[in-house]
Ligand binder design. Structure first.
Ligand code: MN
Length: 340
């Protein structure tokens, strides 16, 4: 660690002691940080001048968390962890970013005094990047960031003010269909319900395994909501699994798609620091397959994504690393689908 200033020590990782190759990468990341004063996704050198192909948008938003706190620090921890992700992608058979221009935005400024102000501010932040000129990937923060992002999408050229054209593919342990949570209507636990209120045409939920009877009723009665429960996808009796049916639905979606990836959709073992880790979730390879098929689908187009509920806790950096791998997979699949 000789020659590193205090700010870089924040990002020091014990694994550098064990892996000499990682030391070179760490040195490169430190140089980029010293020159630009910020961390970049995957530790890549970035050019400040646009236009960009892909933008990483950190939203350290935390206002309505119900259990463990810490999503405020999630996006930064994820960007830091991303410097450990291998750049080589097996699908592309190439090193990221494959000539594509990536840009890591400054954080959304979370100095807001009310929930209403926060939602309006996130919508303004998002509006600048969801105009169809670059592929946006938001890093959250509470799942509540999705509603203002959806509102900003009304101006997207593929939406043209009609949110019913949009399908949200939601990877999540929770249905997020409550009308209110702890008395709050605009919460991480209500965000899909509010998105339906906003006019979104279709929801495909995958990995759901924690929901209440109010949510069960909506799942059964609202034709816009298509729910794939974790217990059926990952059935202990493989003959009963409906995994392939789910993949078929993903392949046959049409129109613009927003991918909203709550990292607690992954099995709790992979994301121990997230607000509410739940056992029995998607495997890492399962999640990869869903993302790949979604971007491969012929009749639909993924117009952006958010990876949310990222958090970090002392003693384990697995959660932010899992999130960084998911975001990297989204980048790789976007590149794959753009290249055709
Ligand atoms: Mn959620």
């Amino acid at each position: 660690m000789d020659g590193c200033d205090l700010s870089t020590i924040l990002y020091y990782d014990y694994r550098f002691d064990l892996n000499p190759e990682a030391i070179n990468r760490e040195k490169r990341v430190v140089i980029i940080m010293e020159e630009s004063g910020k961390m970049t996704f995957l530790g890549l050198e970035e050019n400040e001048n646009g236009p960009y192909d892909i933008v990483i948008l950190p939203i350290p938003y935390e206002m309505t968390t119900s259990y463990k706190e810490g999503t405020e620090f999630g996006p930064e921890a994820c960007i830091s962890a991303s410097s450990q992700v291998e750049l080589f992608d097996e699908l592309l058979d190439d090193d990221l970013p494959c000539g594509f221009k990536l840009f890591t935005s400054d954080n959304w400024n979370n100095e807001v005094s009310s929930l209403k102000e926060a939602l309006e501010s996130i919508e303004r932040f998002s509006s600048k990047w969801v105009n169809g000129e670059q592929f946006p990937i938001f890093l959250g923060g509470e799942h509540g960031i999705l509603l203002p992002i959806i509102r900003s999408l009304k101006k997207h050229p593929k939406i043209e003010g009609e949110l019913e054209k949009l399908t949200i593919v939601q990877i999540d342990a929770h249905a997020d269909l409550r009308d209110e949570l702890n008395g709050e209507r605009f919460s991480h636990g209500t965000v899909i319900r509010r998105s339906l209120d906003e006019g979104v045409g279709k929801i495909v939920q995958i990995g759901i395994r924690a929901y209440c009877s109010e949510e069960k009723e909506i799942i059964e009665s609202d034709r816009r909501v298509n729910t794939w429960f974790a217990r059926d996808l990952i059935s202990i009796d493989s003959e009963d699994s409906n995994w392939n049916e789910m993949i078929d639905q993903i392949k046959n979606l049409s129109g613009p798609i927003w991918l909203s990836f709550d990292i607690d959709g992954l099995d709790g073992i992979l994301v121990p620091a997230t607000g509410t880790p739940v056992p029995g979730g998607l495997s890492f390879w399962g999640a990869n397959k869903i993302i790949q098929e979604l971007f491969n689908a012929k009749k639909s187009q993924v117009i952006g994504a958010d990876v949310n509920e990222i958090s970090t806790s002392p003693g384990t950096n697995l959660t932010e690393f899992s999130a960084a791998l998911i975001a990297t997979k989204i980048i790789a699949c976007h590149i794959m689908s753009t290249k055709g």
